[in-house]
Design a protein around this ligand. Structure first.
Ligand SMILES: [Zn+2]
Length: 388
């Protein structure tokens, strides 16, 4: 038995004003300092107040939020007793909002226990709204929660289908002024979600169309959104939709190996998530294709990439991913991401260990041995085509 999970999605121009139609007494807005400073949080607060809700802001979410931060946010919620939790921001804020929501309803719970195998209470005290201010993670439509265990230097891929947001507000106005580097790295994340959602071992009929459409949108509109920003409104709108669609596509199948490697790179070298998974993606496509039995051919066909056979299709797709990365000035190797070779060599053992333990690695069509994983990281460091 399988389920397709989705929030109610409110999208398009002025979607944000839907907040004024909510019914409730109190709302807790979970965001970061930057969005607070830019006035985004106050704007959302105003709309919630227009709906008649007393609203407080927890703006302490840091990039790659820690276990401690979500525990602190949950404490804040327990004192304030909101009936809506509203996550506003990029993936970090939205993931933190999900975790804070779960811990608010289950104060005795350890955040590490937020996983699909755990039963916990939810929606007895509050419901969750997710409002993305980047076009990439798709956190608004997914139940994934990525937190950082600072003591262990490790990212924890957490979350449960139970904590899928109730409502996602996909309003393009919130991403019009997204800085180009953030547009690029988060856009690469959306591409990864869509390609991995289509090719993971749990791919399915319900997700295939969503993933293919998101792949197409990212290839077409990411370079424009990166280059022209708010001047190209259409590109912004399409990228914002693509990220939410890719989120639905991959969370109802699964991400795979590029996320396994990317989470590991992100935790060890603090490379932003989208950049880390984006640079890992072409290498993992090549590695999987070398094992055969993949679905890259179908993606190539959908994108009108001419190819000879499955292997050729995969390698051409990997090359197209690298081309896209270059167009938006994203690195295509770990070295290009600014990691020097001493640091890389010193961290290699940890990189391999993290990637092999990552939940996303388990849903890859081909799973590397320890030796292969090390080799894969070396190739991704040097920018070599994968030949094993
Ligand atoms: Zn991702």
């Amino acid at each position: 038995m399988w389920f397709f999970r989705s929030p109610q999605i409110v999208y398009g121009d002025d979607a944000i004003s839907y907040l004024t139609e909510l019914k409730g007494r109190k709302a807790l807005l979970v965001t970061d300092e930057n969005l607070f400073r830019l006035g985004f949080a106050d704007k959302v607060k105003e709309l919630l107040e227009e709906a008649g809700m007393e609203t407080r802001i927890f703006s302490e979410v840091e990039p790659e939020p820690s276990l401690e931060t979500v525990q602190k946010g949950a404490k804040f919620a327990l004192e304030f007793k909101p009936d809506w939790i509203v996550g506003l921001g990029g993936g970090s804020c939205l993931d933190a909002a999900k975790a804070i929501w779960v811990l608010y309803e289950n104060p005795e719970m350890d955040p590490r226990g937020i996983n699909p195998f755990e039963e916990f209470r939810l929606r007895e005290k509050a419901r969750l709204i997710a409002i993305p201010t980047t076009s990439g993670t798709g956190a608004e439509t997914t139940w994934a929660v990525v937190l950082t265990d600072r003591e262990e230097g490790r990212k924890l891929a957490l979350g449960s289908p139970l904590n899928t947001p109730d409502i996602a507000i996909v309003d393009p106005e919130l991403v019009m002024k997204l800085p180009p580097p953030l547009t690029a790295s988060t856009g690469m994340d959306a591409l990864c979600h869509a390609i991995e959602g289509f090719t993971s071992i749990w791919h399915n009929d319900f997700c295939d169309g969503l993933c293919l459409q998101a792949i197409k949108l990212v290839f077409e509109y990411l370079p424009r959104a990166y280059r022209y920003g708010e001047e190209d409104r259409e590109a912004r709108v399409k990228m914002h939709n693509a990220a939410a669609i890719a989120g639905l596509g991959f969370i109802n199948s699964m991400a795979a190996l590029a996320h396994g490697l990317g989470h590991s790179l992100g935790a060890v070298f603090h490379i932003p998530h989208g950049r880390a998974v984006g640079l890992a993606l072409p290498y993992t496509i090549e590695y999987c294709a070398n094992g055969g039995g993949t679905r890259y051919r179908e993606i190539a066909r959908f994108l009108d990439i001419p190819f000879e056979d499955e292997h050729d299709a995969a390698f051409k797709l990997a090359e197209k991913v690298r081309e896209l990365a270059r167009q938006v000035d994203e690195p295509v190797s770990i070295a290009e991401a600014g990691v020097n070779s001493e640091k890389f060599k010193a961290a290699l053992g940890k990189l391999v260990e993290n990637a092999n333990m990552d939940a996303c690695t388990a849903t890859s069509v081909r799973i590397p041995s320890d030796e292969e994983m090390e080799k894969l990281f070396r190739y991704a460091y040097e920018g070599r085509r994968v030949d094993f």
